[in-house]
Design a protein around this ligand. Structure first.
Ligand code: BGC
Length: 835
């Protein structure tokens, strides 16, 4: 029925009525749209209303009886955790703002039975009321609650002495302005009285209405009650108890309902609907247990309206709506697009990789420049130039001081990454990135202006601290912000940035080596400041990741951020999971020692094995020392730098391959294919060098095929690394750790990576001198070992949302005996299904 200009209702067809509703909804601004579900709504109708309002661009949708900003994040916070039947195990009840006798007969019956059978004590805070069992009326308001919390009230003792205390909080508190203070006092009492323990959860909320539990689960919570006052289009879905005085005179009100209650008199359009007793719908009781009713057609009206409005709600049947809210299923499918914000965020964050890459690539070239060697390492310079063609070529750069110049940085990075984990957890990923950039800038300046060796070394150490910070925070940041479907590809931008950094360093070394004043090395080292500035500026504009905000207690801000980065209002499910994961992680007070518990054995193993194996591929022999290696095997100075540039280019290009394939073919296949490719190339390179240089390192005249064969196979080898162990060595660790130990485990990962990067950088020239061409066989052996390890122990993580990652361990044939199943972890969260 539609209200005419004379104020009277007249009948219209469904089509006409819906057309009018759609027209008005499209005319108003998105934020002027409000949807309110009534207290008896079923879950299906509520999610349809929420989806409709969200898709119209508004987030103002809630259920009656739920107050502004009620915390709907943690399920434990709004259901009856003890379960109704479980109340019989309690020996003390504290009832806060609830009168079970009038509000919930079943709950009241259980309390009464328990009091009669066991003389359990009941304390009540609220206005005087009738009870049908013994109780103490402790007070009427929050003051009494505070006294109990502070231990000044005799009932504090009663609770502390109880074996199984229960606190039942009335849902009316959700509508009070001081709800936060009340819940804080309740939390203190619960803590002191050990109301929540691994074997007992006595902290309960008694919900008042049939729709409330489902509404909270689905996130129908008002963000601001003011939105009703400024609304121009209001959809009341069976909502009869709202304050109609708040609605503006010119607002358009749609009333969908089944009996002519108050709201009908204010409605502009009435859409008749089935009563709850006539339809097939899902309800949740105060324990959070789902119950279904039959029959009728619940969502049909909003579904039809969505069609007339040109908005596509993707369900035609009750089954499809159920799939949408995933009743009875644990499979996750968070909505969310690859928004421009996410993309830019990840690109900027990946600049952190540029810092790392530039530094990896720059030192080898610089140490092969004569003016640099002459100034800082005259002994090495003399040795290189006095060596005769008939001497052992394998050893011409064998100097521990020279390699210390390269390697010292990774030692500093190792130290920094240990502290960076604390900074990351306390101040967020973003601040850690900014600190990394600042340290790196200082290091670059000191190196560029170096006059003495100490300036070089101190500069390298500052660079190392910067790298430690960036490598700790960037991969985690990107994994958290990326929608899980694109997580792999976006995370690999970090590796792409590393390889671009290396490549740019190779090009600059090639160009600066030609400077006639012999000062080219200063530019090579000093220009490291450019990526440092990029990351500082970039990180200043980055939002903190929602996970990190939640971890630091800023849930509201986190939700707003999640809405922005996902580009949809429909983030409730993902948000709840993030909050739940964060709550779980707060239980872990000492992430470092927890990491050594057996339930984290798979994670710790991966955090150590993956970076160890990544370095034992031998890739950094090429990254650091390609120019030195090429010079050793007979290339001239310029040819060496040129060849390094070619391999650097291959590295960056091949990384692109993995960006485009990792989320399609998965991590394991790339690891194994890359391993096979590297293994073959290492054998060919060993054979080529061995056949010419033998064991005495004296090649005589080198044939033409030699140089091209070595360069081609090094390129194929580099490509194999670049689409497997390079990017996956950072991606996989960043996505396999649960939040509670994520920062600590990432620290282990970075530290192990740095230890072995340091080791390879430090001993390479000595290894080459002693192991000769056998060096490549040594690395080939490890490639076989690591491939077997991946095959047997690494589960596939492609397409698994980061908060669901524990499932891959639970389902793994080897690791499942270590990890705790989700059911075990949620022992307290899952109430007995008593109805
Ligand atoms: C590794 C570095 C390596 C680089 C080469 C990174 O993933 O951690 O050690 O130098 O890849 O591209």
């Amino acid at each position: 029925m539609i209200r005419g200009p004379d104020g009277r209702f007249k009948s219209v067809s469904w089509r006409d009525a819906l057309a009018v509703v759609a027209e008005v909804a499209h005319k108003v601004e998105p934020e002027e749209i409000v949807g309110i579900a009534g207290k008896l709504s079923d879950a299906e109708s509520m999610i349809a209303l929420k989806d409709f309002v969200n898709k119209m661009g508004s987030n103002n949708v809630w259920c009656e009886g739920i107050g502004e900003n009620t915390s709907a994040y943690l399920r434990l916070g709004y259901i009856m955790n003890t379960s109704i039947a479980g109340l019989e195990n309690a020996d003390v009840f504290l009832l806060v703002g609830t009168q079970p006798r009038v509000e919930a007969a079943m709950v009241n019956a259980r309390i009464r039975k328990t009091v009669r059978a066991t003389q359990a004590k009941v304390g009540y805070i609220g206005p005087a009321t009738d009870f049908n069992y013994d109780h103490q009326h402790l007070g009427t308001g929050p003051q009494t609650l505070l006294e109990i919390a502070e231990g000044h009230h005799p009932f504090s003792k009663t609770i502390s002495n109880a074996k199984n205390p229960v606190i039942i909080v009335g849902a009316g508190i959700f509508e009070r302005k001081d709800q936060d203070a009340i819940f804080a006092a309740i939390e203190t009492i619960a803590k002191q009285g050990k109301v929540v323990r691994p074997d007992w959860n006595g902290l309960d909320v008694l919900l008042l209405h049939a729709a409330q539990a489902a509404a909270l689960d689905l996130g129908l919570v008002p963000q601001s009650e003011k939105s009703l006052e400024s609304a121009k289009f209001i959809y009341l879905m069976g909502a009869d108890d709202i304050n109609l005085d708040k609605i503006q005179a010119d607002s358009f009100v749609v009333y969908q309902g089944h009996h002519g209650d108050k709201s009908v008199y204010r409605a502009n359009i009435i859409l008749p609907a089935a009563a709850f007793s006539e339809k097939e719908g899902t309800y949740e009781n105060t324990e959070g247990c789902t119950q279904q009713t039959l029959p009728a057609v619940p969502t049909v009206i909003i579904r039809a309206l969505s069609e007339v409005s040109g908005i596509d709600l993707p369900y035609d049947s009750v089954g499809a709506v159920r799939a949408r809210i995933k009743i009875g299923s644990s499979e996750k499918n968070y909505p969310g697009k690859l928004t421009f914000r996410v993309f830019i965020t990840c690109v900027t964050a990946a600049f952190g990789g540029l810092i790392f890459g530039y530094d990896l690539g720059i030192s080898g070239g610089v140490t092969s420049m004569d003016p640099f060697l002459k100034k800082f390492f005259p002994d090495v310079y003399a040795k290189e130039h006095n060596i005769k063609p008939t001497d052992n070529q394998y050893c011409k750069f064998d100097s521990q001081v020279l390699t210390l110049f390269t390697s010292s940085l990774y030692l500093a990075a190792l130290v920094a990454s240990i502290f960076a984990s604390k900074v990351t957890r306390a101040f967020g990923r973003r601040l850690t990135m900014i600190s990394g950039g600042v340290l790196f800038l200082a290091g670059a300046a000191l190196n560029g202006f170096a006059q003495q060796v100490w300036m070089l070394i101190v500069g390298r150490m500052l660079l190392g601290f910067g790298i430690g910070c960036a490598n700790q925070s960037v991969p985690i940041y990107v994994s958290e912000v990326a929608p899980y479907k694109y997580r792999g590809a976006l995370n690999m931008l970090f590796q792409l940035a590393i390889t671009i950094g290396i490549f740019v360093a190779n090009i600059l070394n090639y160009l600066f080596a030609k400077m006639e004043n012999g000062e080219g090395w200063r530019y090579s080292l000093g220009l490291a400041g450019v990526p440092a500035i990029m990351i500082i500026i970039g990180a200043m504009f980055l939002p903190d990741s929602p996970n990190s905000l939640i971890e630091r207690g800023q849930a509201e801000k986190a939700k707003k951020e999640l809405i922005k980065i996902r580009g949809t209002n429909d983030v409730d499910e993902e948000f709840k999971d993030l909050v739940a994961a964060s709550e779980a992680s707060k239980q872990v007070k000492h992430p470092w020692s927890s990491l050594f518990k057996s339930e984290y054995r798979p994670h710790l193993t991966m955090a150590i094995a993956i970076p160890f194996f990544q370095q034992l591929t031998g890739m950094n022999v090429i990254t650091f020392y390609a120019p030195v290696l090429f010079k050793t095997i007979g290339f001239g100075g310029t040819a060496s730098l040129m060849s390094a540039m070619i391999t650097g280019g291959c590295n960056a290009l091949a990384t692109l391959v993995s960006i485009f394939t990792v989320d399609k073919v998965g991590r394991r296949k790339l690891f194994l294919e890359g391993g096979a490719q590297m293994f073959i190339c290492q054998l060919v390179i060993a054979a080529a060098i061995g056949s010419k240089f033998g064991t005495d390192g004296n090649p005589g005249v080198l044939p033409k095929w030699f140089a091209s064969t070595v360069v081609v196979f090094i390129c194929i080898y580099v490509a194999g690394f670049a689409w497997s162990w390079g990017p996956l060595g950072w991606l996989v660790p960043s996505e396999i750790f649960p939040l509670e130990v994520r920062s600590a485990a990432q620290s282990v990962n970075v530290s192990v990576n740095m230890i072995f990067t340091f080791a390879i950088a430090q001993v390479f020239t000595a290894m080459l001198c002693h192991m000769k061409f056998g060096l490549f066989i040594f690395f080939a052996f490890f490639v076989i070992v690591m491939s077997i390890f991946i095959h047997k122990f690494l589960p596939e993580t492609k397409g698994v949302p980061i908060e669901e990652i524990s499932l891959v361990w639970e389902n793994h044939p080897y690791w499942n005996k270590f990890v705790k199943s989700s059911a075990q972890k949620n022992k307290i969260a899952a109430p007995d299904s008593q109805v």
